[in-house]
Design a protein. Structure first.
Lengths: 196, 263
C-alpha cells in the first residue's frame, strides 16, 4: 500500500517532457566528480529527497506521514539529560563549516543555524529562511518533552516535516550528539541569550 | 551625569541599530555598484583575447561565439546556445574552452588547470569573460531556445533547479525558491521568477567586493553546489550549462548591463 502510494505520487508529479529523477541522477553521476570528503554517493537521492523533489515539497499527507515515521526511527536519543552548554551551542550555531569539499574531514562542523534563523538578539546578522527562534523557551518551557522535541528536530528535521528545508544535522553525520545537546541548551536554557 | 548621558545615548543607538543596519547595507551596496573595478578586468581580458597562445600560437580573435568568427558585439547576450561544430549547447566559458582547444590547439587538461582565480591573480576565463560580456552592454538578453538541444538544456536546468540532493537535502530552490528570504544579511533572489532573475543575470559575470575577485557564472554554479555539499560539478559540463541556460532564459528581455559588482 505504501509502495503503491509512492509510485502514484511519483507518476502524478512528473510531467512527460521533463527529465525523470533517474535521468537527473545519471546526468549528475556523469557531470560531477568527487572532491575531498564530497564523494559520489552524495548525488544519489534517498526516498525523502525523491518524494519531495517530485511533489515540489508538497507531498500527499498520507505519504508524508508514513515517511516521517520512517525518519523518526533514525533518531538516536542519548541517555540522560539532553541539555548541554548553551555557550558552546552559540558557537556551533554561528559556524557554517562542515561537509563541503573544502572542509577538512574529521574537523568539527557547525550547525549553520544563524544562516536561516534568528536566535540570540545580540546577533543581528541572521537569515530568515527558517522561523525566528528568539525567546524559544519563553513560550514552551524546557520540560523533558520539549528537550526531546528540539533534540529530535535538529537530529532529523524530516521526521517532523518531511520536506522541510532544514538539513538532517544528526542523521547526516554533520553534528555529534554532544553538539546537538549544546544546541538544545542554546534554545532552552533560561540563561541562554536566546531566552533573555 | 556625563556617564549617564553616554549610557542613554548608547541605549538609543542600540535600539536604532536594527533599522540602521539594513539602511547601511543598502548604502554599501549602492557604493559597490557605482565604483566597480570590473572595467580593469575587461581591459586585461581584451589583452588576453588578442594575445597569441598555445601550440598553434594564435589568439582567440577568430573564436566564433555564435555570431560569427571574431564577432563580439552582442555575442554574450545570446548565450547559451547550440553550436553545430561542437554539437552541444554552450555557455560563454564552455565556448571559450572550445576555442582554446580547437583554435589554439591546447589540451583540455592544460586549459582547465586553473579555471577559477584568486584575488591576486584572475584566471583566463575570468578575464576573457569580463571582456566578452562587456561587449554586450546595452544588448537585450536573448539566449537561443529554438534548437531541440536548446529546449532540452533549458528543461534540464529547470529540473535541476528543484532537484533535492546531497547530505543536506538542498536544491537551488532551498535558498532561491521563496520571496523575502535571507541567508544572514544577504537577500536571496527567487531565480525561477523573471522579475528576480532579470537584474541578477544582467550583471553577471561580476567583481565580488567581499573577496576582491572577478567571478563568473561557472564559478557561481560551482560554489552553490559546494555549499549544497555535493561533489564538484565539472567545469563546462552539461549540468552547469543547463542551469545557466535556465537562469538566462528566465531573465530574457532584460538589457545586459554587466560586468557588475556583487557584495
Amino acid at each position: 500500500m505504501k509502495r503503491a502510494a509512492l509510485s502514484l505520487a511519483l507518476l502524478a508529479a512528473t510531467a512527460w517532457a521533463d527529465p525523470t529523477p533517474q535521468d537527473i541522477q545519471r546526468i549528475m553521476q556523469r557531470d560531477f566528480h568527487p572532491r575531498g570528503q564530497a564523494t559520489m554517493e552524495r548525488v544519489v537521492q534517498d526516498g525523502v529527497q525523491r518524494v519531495c523533489t517530485d511533489a515540489h515539497d508538497r507531498p500527499p499527507a498520507e505519504l508524508a506521514k508514513a515517511l516521517e515515521a520512517d525518519q523518526m526511527k533514525t533518531i538516536v536519543f542519548p541517555e540522560g539529560s539532553l541539555m548541554g552548554d548553551w555557550k558552546r551551542g552559540e558557537a556551533i550555531a554561528q559556524s557554517g563549516r562542515g561537509m563541503t569539499w573544502n572542509d577538512k574531514p574529521g574537523e568539527a562542523a557547525g550547525g549553520s543555524c544563524y544562516n536561516c534563523h534568528e536566535l540570540s538578539p545580540r546577533e543581528l546578522s541572521h537569515g530568515t529562511i527558517g522561523p525566528s527562534l528568539r525567546g524559544f523557551a519563553s513560550a514552551r518551557g524546557a520540560s523533558p518533552d520539549v528537550q526531546r522535541y528540539v533534540y529530535g528536530k535538529i537530529y532529523n528535521a524530516k521526521a517532523y516535516n518531511l520536506c522541510s528545508q532544514m538539513p538532517r544535522l544528526g542523521a547526516s553525520g554533520t553534528l555529534t550528539a554532544a553538539q546537538i545537546k549544546d544546541l538544545v541548551a542554546l534554545l532552552l536554557d533560561p540563561a541562554s541569550p536566546v531566552n533573555q | 551625569m556625563k556617564a549617564l548621558a553616554f549610557g542613554a545615548a548608547l541605549a538609543v543607538s542600540c535600539v536604532a541599530l536594527g533599522q540602521d543596519v539594513s539602511k547601511e547595507i543598502q548604502r554599501y551596496r549602492q557604493m559597490v555598484a557605482e565604483g566597480s573595478p570590473a572595467e580593469l578586468f575587461e581591459l586585461q581580458g581584451e589583452e588576453l583575447w588578442k594575445k597569441p597562445h598555445g601550440p598553434k600560437n594564435v589568439s582567440l580573435e577568430r573564436c566564433d561565439l555564435g555570431e560569427g568568427p571574431g564577432v563580439l558585439k552582442g555575442a554574450y547576450a545570446h548565450l547559451p546556445r547550440y553550436f553545430k561544430d561542437a554539437d552541444r549547447v554552450m555557455d560563454l566559458e564552455t565556448r571559450l574552452l572550445y576555442c582554446m582547444t580547437t583554435l589554439q590547439g591546447r589540451s583540455r587538461e592544460e586549459a582547465t588547470a586553473r579555471v577559477f582565480g584568486s584575488a591576486d591573480r584572475a584566471s583566463e576565463f575570468e578575464l576573457l569573460s569580463a571582456y566578452v560580456a562587456g561587449q554586450s552592454r546595452g544588448v537585450a538578453i536573448q539566449p537561443r531556445m529554438s534548437h531541440p538541444q536548446e529546449k532540452a538544456s533549458y528543461e534540464l536546468g529547470r529540473t535541476l533547479f528543484f532537484h533535492r540532493v546531497g547530505p543536506w537535502d538542498f536544491s537551488c530552490a532551498s535558498c532561491h525558491g521563496e520571496e523575502g528570504k535571507r541567508i544572514r544579511m544577504q537577500d536571496l533572489p527567487v531565480l525561477y521568477k523573471p522579475q528576480y532573475a532579470r537584474p541578477v543575470m544582467a550583471t553577471w559575470p561580476a567583481y565580488r567586493v567581499s573577496t576582491s575577485q572577478f567571478v563568473t557564472l561557472q564559478w557561481r554554479m560551482n560554489d552553490c553546489y559546494r555549499q549544497m555539499r555535493t561533489p564538484e560539478p565539472t567545469f563546462g559540463s552539461e549540468t552547469t550549462v543547463a542551469l545557466i541556460h535556465f537562469l538566462t532564459v528566465t531573465a530574457r528581455g532584460e538589457t545586459y548591463q554587466g560586468p557588475g559588482s556583487k557584495r
